[in-house]
Design a protein around this ligand. Structure first.
Ligand code: ADP
Ligand code: MG
Ligand code: ZN
Length: 477
């Protein structure tokens, strides 16, 4: 394997967050009675004329600006001709020679810049539903607006591919272009993979892998495909150019069809749609009004909050998470770093355990910040913190914020006054006289042991700082 390296390029389809379809006023939504959201245009009836949805253009332009592309002032819609039951027109409207955006880039985790070739607009097809009584066609999805973001083959490892996809997803979600949901298919990724000898300049034959619906699947499918291709080459055979599907259950890729050539589609400009012209001033306005993008946000977290890369990446992975974090720590910047770590290490685990969505946390963030602050100040012991979080997240009867506040109150006041702590401290020092001698002989790290013992006696409900201070006074006084 080590004699070979992979060459990987991603093609990503993102469903645009518009209310209506790309060329008609049918609603875009998931589910519903089959064929209920259709009209002559998206059914592909002869003579029906497409009218471009302006919001689609707006979102594609945002996608392009967010990925450093050059937005084209003129782009052209083309017909991609092929026959399939879920495509009644016999062609898909897409952008071929003159797409709306060209030449962008994404910054990967390892510091590498991966280039984007182009972003073009297109319509989605319908869906074939294979049942026992035969195959039926649902055209509710037909005409759903998509952007396809085509990357250069600049990626070399499965991790780089995932990093590229994560970065792209973060930008699209931040800009409100796409909801980024890979499981539901509103963000879909096809991976082109080929192998070549290390040091070789020419690319090998590529295979396009489809059907991955999570970051995990993208990583696994590419890794599998790399090993498979090296095996083919080692057997003295040639890798076939084809499209393969990722089978998650069997953890392997399976041949779907041989690869079509562009010529097979007989692309030509769609005579029903005039070239799309953008106004230069409108475009500059769009550029000037972009929000902070994930890369800039991560830099800010590192610079202003001293967050480590891992934590910053994790926060920015889900833009609404970072938004809620920013809002919450705005008035408590001194707690920002520990709060971010707290969210990643403690809150994330609770969410998974109780299968709650992140939106719950957004609402409860101010309460969580207060709890984190108390914990950091020693007013909540580790054990009490665990109890409060467990009780709060496990309570489905009220909002998370209210449940946490209630659990916090029920956890009781923390013992912090010396009068209450002193009997316990004295008992611990009496019980561990050996350790007391060692401490006095210089083993100062034993302070943690004494605090732990006393804390145990107090069922974890003591102020750790007050406890340590009292112990030190007694031990050194
Ligand atoms: P199409 O898939 O429509 O034929 P392209 O030939 O432009 O379109 O390539 C599509 C994708 O394949 C791009 O993301 C590109 O980076 C990637 N790609 C092209 N050649 C290779 C290769 N030899 N190995 C891996 N990926 C490749
Ligand atoms: Mg392709
Ligand atoms: Zn329609």
């Amino acid at each position: 394997m080590s004699a070979f390296e992979a060459v990987i390029g991603l093609e990503v389809h993102a469903q645009l967050l518009t209310r209506t379809k790309i060329f008609c006023s049918c609603e875009v939504a998931i589910g519903g009675e089959p064929n209920s959201r259709t009209c002559p245009v998206c059914l592909g009836l002869p003579g029906a004329l497409p009218v471009l949805n302006a919001e689609v253009v707006h979102l594609a332009v945002r996608a392009g600006l967010g990925t450093g592309c050059t937005v084209q002032l003129t782009s052209v819609f083309a017909r991609k001709n092929y026959f399939y039951p879920d495509l009644p027109k016999g062609y898909q409207i897409t952008q071929a020679e003159l797409p709306i955006c060209l030449d962008g880039q994404l910054l990967l985790d390892d510091g590498k810049v991966a280039r984007i070739q182009r972003i073009h607009l297109e319509e989605d097809a319908g869906k074939s539903i294979h049942g026992e009584s035969g195959t039926r066609v649902d055209l509710n999805r037909a005409g759903t607006p998509l952007v396809e973001i085509v990357g250069h083959p600049d990626l070399r490892t499965p991790d780089e591919a995932v990093s590229y996809l994560r970065e792209l997803r973060g930008i699209l979600v931040t800009l409100g272009v796409c909801d980024g949901n890979m499981e539901e298919g509103s963000l879909r990724c096809d991976a082109n993979v080929s192998m070549r000898l290390v040091g070789q300049a020419a690319f090998g034959t590529r295979v396009e892998v489809k059907n991955m619906n999570s970051f995990r699947s993208v990583r696994d499918a590419i890794a599998y495909e790399m090993t498979r291709q090296v095996g083919v080459i080692a057997d003295g055979l040639a890798v076939k150019q084809e499209t393969r599907l990722w089978n998650m259950d069997l953890a392997r890729t399976e041949s779907m069809r041989s690869k079509e050539e562009a010529a097979d589609y007989r692309y030509f400009p769609d005579p029903d749609l005039p070239p799309l012209h953008l106004d230069r001033i409108w475009l500059e306005n769009q550029r000037a009004n972009l929000p902070e993008l994930p890369a800039a946000r991560k830099d800010r977290y590192a610079r202003e909050l001293s967050l480590d890369r891992n934590t910053a990446n994790w926060l920015c992975e889900e833009p609404p998470r970072a938004d809620a974090f920013d809002r919450t720590v705005a008035n408590a910047p001194e707690l920002a770093g520990s709060f971010a770590t707290f969210l990643m290490s403690q809150v994330q685990g609770q969410l998974q355990r109780h299968e709650r969505p992140w939106s719950d946390v957004a609402e409860a963030m101010p309460t969580l910040l207060r709890i984190c602050g108390k914990w950091r100040a020693g007013q909540l012991s580790n054990r009490m913190l665990a109890e409060v979080l467990q009780a709060g997240f496990g309570d489905s009867a009220r909002t998370l914020g209210a449940a946490l506040a209630l659990a916090e109150a029920e956890a009781g006041a923390v013992v912090s006054d010396d009068a209450a702590l002193e009997p316990v401290v004295d008992a611990v020092l009496g019980q561990f006289s050996n350790e007391v001698s060692k401490y006095r002989a210089g083993q100062k790290q034993l302070i943690g042991f004494f605090v732990g013992q006393a804390m145990r006696q107090l069922a974890g409900k003591a102020d750790a700082k007050a406890l340590a201070a009292l112990l030190i006074r007694k031990l050194e006084g």
